[in-house]
Write a protein that binds this ligand. Structure first.
Ligand SMILES: C[S@@+](CC[C@H](N)C(=O)[O-])C[C@H]1O[C@@H](n2cnc3c(N)ncnc32)[C@H](O)[C@@H]1O
Length: 238
């Protein structure tokens, strides 16, 4: 290895630019309206989701540790966490999602363990509480990677966890296409490492039935990338 090899590794700005380039720049208000509409079909009550089971199996929580759940949706992850005794700060920019989550929490008798806040990733989060662990499950939907990672780290005393869409096997090894989703994970891993973090990567893989009641029982394989890292002790902005 030549002496100067390491000098040519791209820094954090490069990876943030790559992340931004792959993002579909949609309007924040339009996106909020869209998620509000989708919240009607986002009811998780009594529904067993393999993704949630495998995600929670990987999440290394100690007893009663608190969780900051950013872009929590209708509570697919929030409610099982609260049922396991973890206080949760649940944040989402869609009131429809938060209403669905609160209804679900009341039915499960865990509302006392959950506090909700209507905020976007793009908002100031400094006044929100810090938790032991901060997560963003299936919800890193934004263009400013540096801002999102800084905000997540500012809400975590011990650990940060995100999940991102996993590799679309049909497109593995091809140059970048819209279907080549593993790029995003590679960019986020490189970004975190360029900051000096030591992220761990795992894959959540499962087969699920495409349509309920499908006589052919057609199954689709889904993959999510699970990334976990210890935040910087010098917690950034919120
Ligand atoms: C695919 S859902 C995931 C929900 C939940 N974390 C889960 O794993 O089931 C994405 C969530 O991100 C929220 N979201 C999208 N863009 C957001 C933004 N800019 N700020 C805050 N929340 C956002 C949506 O309202 C939605 O609830």
């Amino acid at each position: 290895m030549k002496d100067n090899d390491a000098r040519h590794l791209p820094g954090p700005e490069y990876w943030c630019g790559e992340f931004r380039a792959g993002y579909d720049h949609s309007d924040l208000e339009a996106s909020r309206d869209d998620w509000d509409k989708r919240s009607v079909n986002f009811v998780h009550k009594g529904r067993k989701e393999d993704y949630v089971e495998y995600f929670l199996k990987r999440l290394p929580l100690c007893e009663a540790e608190s969780v900051f759940d950013m872009a929590c949706g209708a509570g697919a992850v929030t409610i099982p966490l609260a049922k396991a005794g973890h206080p949760v700060i649940a944040v989402d920019f869609s009131q429809g999602m938060l209403d669905a989550l609160l209804e679900y929490a009341a039915e499960e008798g865990v509302d006392a363990l959950i506090q909700t806040h209507r905020r976007a990733w793009q908002d100031d989060l400094t006044d929100l509480p810090v938790a032991d662990v901060a997560i963003s499950s299936r919800s890193l939907i934004l263009d400013d990677l540096a801002d999102a990672i800084a905000k997540l780290e500012s809400k975590a005393r011990r650990l940060c966890v995100i999940t991102l869409p996993g590799p679309d096997r049909k497109h593995m090894g091809e140059p970048r296409t819209s279907g080549y989703r593993i790029q995003t994970t590679a960019i986020v891993m490189n970004y975190l490492m360029s900051l000096g973090r030591l992220p761990k990567l795992d894959y959540i893989e499962y087969a699920h039935i495409l349509h309920a009641g499908d006589p052919n029982d057609t199954r689709r394989r889904s993959t999510w990338c699970y990334i976990e890292w210890a935040p910087s002790k010098d917690r950034g902005r919120g």
